[in-house]
Ligand binder design. Structure first.
Ligand SMILES: [Zn+2]
Length: 362
């Protein structure tokens, strides 16, 4: 029994490995063998199975050798779909996306009382499946995203601030039962990192930090192409040992200085957008200094290739990116500087759905 389970797990792991190669770009069987180290027989077995399930397509590729065009394997985007549900502190985004990352349907409504919100989610999903003509058997998985902290293993929201009604709510089992499809779960910052990796500013980047700055500061980290599942509380890295006290028990947490309400405190601005529109370089440089302290602390451990700024702070962020980049360089010991950029995925639906696609290939 144990042997059979191990063999099934190994098969699923190899299937994910093959799918992750094909997801990046169309590729031949020979290239998959070279990049994964899997045997030709193992690849044939996995590919035949995926093709029989309609997940892969085979086309003639281009070859420099006349008469020897390799068969290229690519993903059949419309073979399956995923549901993405992003529950924020004020709104719920519900959408359906195909495997190739195209949103085929979406809906957005205000967050209300817990049970009413679940009923609205069910209604929204059912209506979207009807209008987009996506039958239930074509749904690969659903993904739900909420503010953190969350317990991924047990599918439970823990105790995110200003989210009291959902504290200790078993979101994965509730949605699985409600909609009759399996669900995966992430906190919004990790989901943001995955969406940037699959569809946005971090495609092809193996080591990066996605830093979400809005009402608070959240972070998602990808190392060697894999989502880091540690605590990732970069907002609570101290940038001043005797600084402002924080609810977490520490002092001088970056969030107390660089989250949007903190940086706007004592200024005439109501939003970060107003700061950028007023071209207030002094405040932008101050924000860059705060952020660079936290970024460099994390970078001194992980050595990122890229830092992706997301959330409210990514509004027209050309100048801020350059200020953060300079501030990071000024504080670094080594010469390998990470590239600083802004995120490219703003759709909350897509951020959630990315979690289900990541589950397919990793
Ligand atoms: Zn703190």
């Amino acid at each position: 029994m144990k042997k059979a389970t191990n063999s099934a797990l190994m098969r699923r792991k190899n299937e994910k490995l093959v799918l992750s190669m094909i997801y990046k770009a169309p590729i031949s069987r020979v290239e998959i063998a070279k990049k994964t180290g899997l045997t030709k027989a193992a690849i044939t077995f996995i590919v035949d199975d995926l093709m029989s399930r309609g997940i892969l397509l085979e086309t003639d590729g281009q070859s420099e050798t006349v008469g020897r065009n390799p068969k290229m394997l690519s993903l059949n985007g419309d073979a399956f779909y995923v549901i993405g549900i992003n529950i924020t502190r004020h709104h719920v985004a519900v959408g359906i996306m195909n495997l190739a990352g195209k949103m085929v349907s979406s809906d957005y409504f205000s967050l209300c009382e817990c049970n009413k919100t679940l009923a609205k989610i069910k209604h929204s999903v059912e209506e979207q499946m009807k209008t987009a003509k996506v039958p239930k058997e074509k749904i690969y998985k659903g993904a739900v995203v909420t503010p953190g902290p969350v317990d991924i293993e047990n599918g439970m929201i823990l105790n995110p601030p200003n989210f009291n009604e959902w504290h200790h709510f078993p979101i994965v089992s509730e949605l699985t039962q409600l909609l009759g499809v399996p669900f995966v779960f992430e906190n919004v910052s990790s989901a943001t990192a995955l969406s940037e990796k699959l569809f946005g500013a971090a495609i092809g980047t193996e080591n990066f930090l996605a830093l979400r700055v809005d009402e608070g500061i959240g972070s998602g980290i990808v190392l060697d192409d894999v989502l880091f599942r540690g605590p990732c509380e970069l907002g609570h890295i101290s940038i001043s040992y005797d600084g402002k006290p924080c609810e977490c028990g520490n002092r001088g947490c970056m969030e107390k200085y660089a989250a949007i309400p903190a940086i706007l405190d004592g200024t005439p601005y109501q939003s970060w957008q107003e700061v950028v529109d007023a071209d207030d370089e002094t405040l932008m440089k101050k924000e860059a200094e705060y952020l660079s302290c936290g970024i460099v602390s994390a970078n001194n451990i992980f050595s990122f290739d890229k830092i992706v700024l997301c959330g409210d702070l990514s509004y027209r962020a050309g100048k801020l990116v350059s200020f953060v980049s300079d501030a990071v360089r000024n504080k670094m010991l080594t010469g390998k500087y990470p590239i600083v950029s802004t995120g490219a995925v703003s759709s909350r639906h897509k951020i959630a759905a990315a979690v289900a696609i990541y589950d397919l290939i990793s």
